[in-house]
Write a protein that binds this ligand. Structure first.
Ligand SMILES: NC(=O)c1ccc[n+]([C@@H]2O[C@H](COP(=O)([O-])OP(=O)(O)OC[C@H]3O[C@@H](n4cnc5c(N)ncnc54)[C@H](O)[C@@H]3O)[C@@H](O)[C@H]2O)c1
Length: 423
């Protein structure tokens, strides 16, 4: 048995049962607790209610050794150190996540908290929208249930968020071999215990704020959703234009070497910044949108992509104008549309500078390792150009507009800069 840590899992669906078997397999004493009597009965007869490769076999190995299944909450919580909530968060009537089942489970836990070990860790593994822990579960425990949560050392319990990234179809394998483990906490105290239970999985463990951990799960799922809809919109465009072999087109798209490698090059495109510029992406996205329209198809994702590309710049202009006084010296780092290039066509830096001038900033200095001359000649802007990086940033509010490698150190050293390329 792995240490003396006892783990309780609330909810034995795809995520909960896999989690329970996974921890039991790593030697932790694990109690799976489920409210549906027929599910409990089935599991107590050592029969898994759904198919997941390898799960039944692993279950058989650990059942009644390190894994116990119960619908008796007292037995489930007695001497528990870490309690996982793997309960459904279905779509509510208005489309919001319905958190009521988790609240019920927290209430059940609170009523029996005296049974648990001192300061147990409550782990929300269900997918919950960013801010749910901070704005819903922690206040619910503190104010409604009177369970002091996430408040220094005299807390009765600590609540953390630990999103699950397993995929149905390979749930057990994914759980046993995770590519990353994310733990959102607001308190350093619980970190050691969580580290202890996840160390046997040999995966990088990332600690973050509660909101960040919750957000990461949605970042991952919505990225997938957006990509699928993108592919479908492209297929509809192609079908409207006609004589396009869609299957072949996608197969050839997947040959792009940016999809391969670790990290795959495509990752550098899925990064927040100032928007896309340059000669190709803006004009080609617009041209395909126009062509689709001509063929009676409104390509809304392409249109939104272009709109968001404008909005992000506006967003930062508003942020800067609300935070930086007009008489400040502004320094714009990066003039080319991307690093390692002196191409300044449709450079976001040019639009940014124009908008800052319009907003009333008249002390702007710009610097770029390669593109100063061409930028000067292309855009006739009334700003200063620095010869060196050091000269540029002196006494300035720094705005990083292109992700040049040589700006990385400045962004690491300085918290007060506007790093609009999030390197
Ligand atoms: N299915 C996936 O691939 C997947 C992957 C990652 C994350 N998630 C998220 O994990 C959560 C669980 O998903 P799932 O697919 O395992 O759901 P599920 O519906 O299969 O399982 C949830 C289980 O919780 C039980 N339950 C409900 N209230 C309970 C309570 N108070 N006490 C004990 N048990 C209770 C239900 O009876 C059910 O068996 C969701 O938030 C989901 O979005 C799912």
């Amino acid at each position: 048995m792995n240490n003396q840590i006892k783990i309780t899992i609330f909810g034995l669906g795809f995520v909960g049962l896999t989690t329970a078997v996974g921890f039991a397999k790593k030697g932790f004493q694990t109690y799976g607790y489920e409210i549906l009597p027929q599910k409990v009965e089935q599991l107590q007869n050592a029969k898994i209610p759904f198919y997941e490769e390898g799960l039944q076999e692993a279950f058989n190995e650990v059942y009644k050794q390190t894994l116990f299944i119960t619908n008796d909450i007292l037995q489930a919580l007695k001497d528990s150190d870490v309690i996982f909530y793997c309960i459904g968060t279905p779509m509510g009537e208005d489309g919001s996540a319905d958190l009521s089942y988790i609240l019920q489970a927290l209430e059940q836990t609170a009523k029996n908290i005296h049974l648990c070990k001192k300061q147990p860790i409550l782990v929300i593994k269900s997918t919950v929208p960013p801010s749910s822990c901070n704005e819903c579960f922690v206040p619910f425990l503190n104010n409604k249930l009177g369970i002091k949560t996430n408040q220094d050392s005299d807390s009765l319990v600590f609540l953390v968020n630990n999103p699950e990234f397993l995929r149905e179809g390979s749930a057990y394998k994914d759980f046993m071999h995770p590519d990353r483990i994310v733990i959102g906490t607001s308190n350093a105290k619980e970190i050691e215990k969580i580290k202890q239970i996840y160390t046997p999985f040999n995966a990088p463990i990332f600690f973050s704020t509660l909101n960040t951990a919750e957000f990461i799960k949605y970042l991952s799922n919505t990225m997938l959703a957006v990509n699928i809809s993108f592919a479908n919109e492209m297929s509809m465009i192609a079908q409207n234009i006609g004589d396009i072999d869609i299957k072949k087109s996608f197969e050839i798209l997947h040959q792009d070497k940016r999809f391969y490698g670790n990290p795959a090059g495509i990752a550098s495109y899925i990064y927040p910044g100032l928007g896309f510029g340059g000669y190709c992406l803006p004009k080609d996205t617009l041209a395909l949108h126009k062509k689709a329209k001509e063929k009676s198809f409104n390509a809304r994702m392409l249109q939104s992509a272009l709109k968001i590309n404008d909005d992000i710049l506006e967003f930062y202009i508003q942020k800067i104008t609300s935070e930086v006084s007009k008489d400040s010296k502004l320094c714009i780092l990066g003039l080319s549309f991307k690093p390692n290039s002196d191409d300044v066509r449709d450079s976001k830096s040019a639009t940014l500078i124009k908008k800052l001038i319009q907003a009333g900033y008249n002390n702007i200095t710009a610097y770029d390792p390669m593109a100063i001359e061409v930028f000067k000649n292309t855009y006739n802007l009334n700003i200063n150009y620095a010869q060196t990086l050091q000269e540029a940033i002196k006494d300035s509010v720094i705005i990083i507009a292109t992700a040049w490698e040589e700006f990385k150190e400045i962004s690491n050293q300085n918290n007060s800069i506007y790093n609009l390329r999030f390197m």
